[in-house]
Design a protein around this ligand. Structure first.
Ligand SMILES: Cc1cc2nc3c(=O)[nH]c(=O)nc-3n(C[C@H](O)[C@H](O)[C@H](O)COP(=O)(O)OP(=O)(O)OC[C@H]3O[C@@H](n4cnc5c(N)ncnc54)[C@H](O)[C@@H]3O)c2cc1C
Length: 401
């Protein structure tokens, strides 16, 4: 008899892992604390490398049929001038673009794909609160209502506030994220193109995700500054936004109270060890990512693919996998280090100086170079679009009865 896998968390990492392990024939239960995937605190990016993975699974056409926007270039606007930062059209993959798709639609798609495998099950509205310790190894999870579910392996994919990594006693290295975010919506007319972009003006950074008839805005500010901004009053806040993005000034009445402005705390950290016998952390639970660059979803999905490549076959055959868990960390640590290193550089060299600037700023040197030599735009395109150490589907597919 095969082994039983429990995955805590139905975000990109958990759902993708759920699909791949169930596809390999491993009895897989994904447990998600919310009743739906309808949360808007993540980005909307489906990266070219993710589309490629779905291509390898024979699912890309179906994914592309779901409503989405296509983005081939990424822009940043500094001091009122727009710069093209990344050109995805030269990527060495079949689909040379990023899909912009609200993440709940993407996760619905992954759930539907996973549900076709009989080994897959999903429990929504169920919160994992602890791990079961069984003779020195993790032997299952405990739910909020006290129910215990036994497992041969538990994967913690419960995001950047992971309770499971703490319950597993895994040490965390805080890399410091000097920013937090106010997250709010502003209505807009629909446009033919997806106009997602970052705005950098003295003292203010705003990322704007184009979701058709509204902007999902991320107002970036120095960590810990939320109360000070709130104390300044909503009018002042609207004025700051309007100064940075004058074209949405007339729509800012849509922010009626501070209830419409959610505080998102940003973290950047990683576990020194992602596993212990019976337990593995992946995605943000193993390495919380900053929103900078919009790459955390890609890393989370690539972690799930690597975990399945290494563990799904042996688990499906009923073999013990504890000794293999370190291989997942060894495979994924390098890309995580590289990307987190870049995020730290952007925090320190771009966001910090912009947020503390009070006079007209010059675009950073790197941005001016990218603008002057468009061929260089292929480098950020590769990092954002494909990531570092791209994974491919190598996990087996069970025969469907
Ligand atoms: C404001 C913001 C914007 C971002 N924008 C982008 C972007 O545009 N592109 C990009 O690539 N990345 C972006 N990121 C980073 C990205 O959101 C994360 O790196 C990515 O979501 C990690 O995926 P995950 O599956 O590991 O974790 P999560 O997406 O956090 O998913 C974890 C899941 O586990 C569930 N869960 C949590 N605790 C429990 C529990 N105890 N029991 C059961 N379920 C539980 C949660 O409800 C959630 O569904 C952004 C981050 C922030 C903060």
């Amino acid at each position: 008899m095969g082994n039983r896998l429990v995955i805590a968390g139905g975000g990109p990492a958990g759902m993708m892992a759920g699909l791949l392990f169930a596809r390999a024939g491993v009895e897989t239960l994904v447990i998600e604390k919310h009743g739906d995937f309808l949360r808007d605190f993540r980005g909307d990016t489906v990266h070219p490398s993710t589309i490629e993975l779905f291509d390898e699974l024979g699912l890309a056409e179906a994914l592309l049929l779901r409503e989405h926007d296509v983005v081939t270039d990424i822009f940043a606007s500094v001091g009122g001038r727009s710069y093209r930062v990344a050109d995805l059209t030269h990527l060495p993959v079949r689909h040379k673009f990023m899909m912009m798709m609200p993440q709940w639609h993407f996760l619905d798609f992954v759930r539907d794909a996973a549900a076709r495998w009989p080994a897959f099950s999903l429990r929504m509205d169920s919160e994992v609160v602890d791990l079961v310790l069984d003779g020195g190894r993790i032997g299952g999870v405990v739910l909020k209502d006290g129910e215990r579910i036994a497992a041969d392996l538990v994967i913690g994919a419960d995001g950047r506030g992971s309770v499971l990594r703490d319950a597993a006693g895994l040490a965390r290295r805080d890399l410091g994220a000097p920013i937090d975010i106010f997250w709010f919506r502003v209505p807009k007319p629909r446009t033919r193109h997806n106009d997602t972009m970052g705005r950098f003006t003295p003292g203010t950074v705003i990322a704007m995700i184009d979701r058709g008839d509204y902007w999902q805005c991320a107002f970036v500010f120095a960590k810990g500054g939320a109360d000070r901004i709130r104390a300044g009053g909503l009018d002042d806040f609207r004025k700051r936004v309007a100064l940075a993005v004058p074209e949405i000034a007339a729509s800012l009445d849509a922010i009626r109270s501070w209830d419409d402005v959610k505080l998102l705390s940003v973290s950047l950290d990683r576990l020194t060890r992602w596993h212990r016998p019976g337990f593995l952390a992946i995605g943000d639970a193993a390495h919380a990512m900053s929103p900078v660059g919009g790459v955390g979803i890609n890393l989370a999905i690539q972690d799930a693919v690597a975990a399945a490549n290494i563990l799904a076959g042996p688990l499906a055959r009923g073999e013990a996998v504890d000794r293999l868990l370190a291989q997942v960390q060894a495979r994924r640590l390098f890309p995580v280090r590289v990307v987190q290193g870049m995020q730290r550089v952007v925090h320190a060299r771009v966001l910090g100086p912009t947020l503390s600037a009070n006079a007209q700023m010059k675009a950073p040197f790197a941005l001016r170079m990218l603008d002057r030599f468009p061929i260089l735009q292929r480098i950020p395109a590769r990092i954002v679009g494909l990531g570092v150490r791209r994974e491919h589907i190598r996990s087996p597919a069970a025969i469907r009865k």
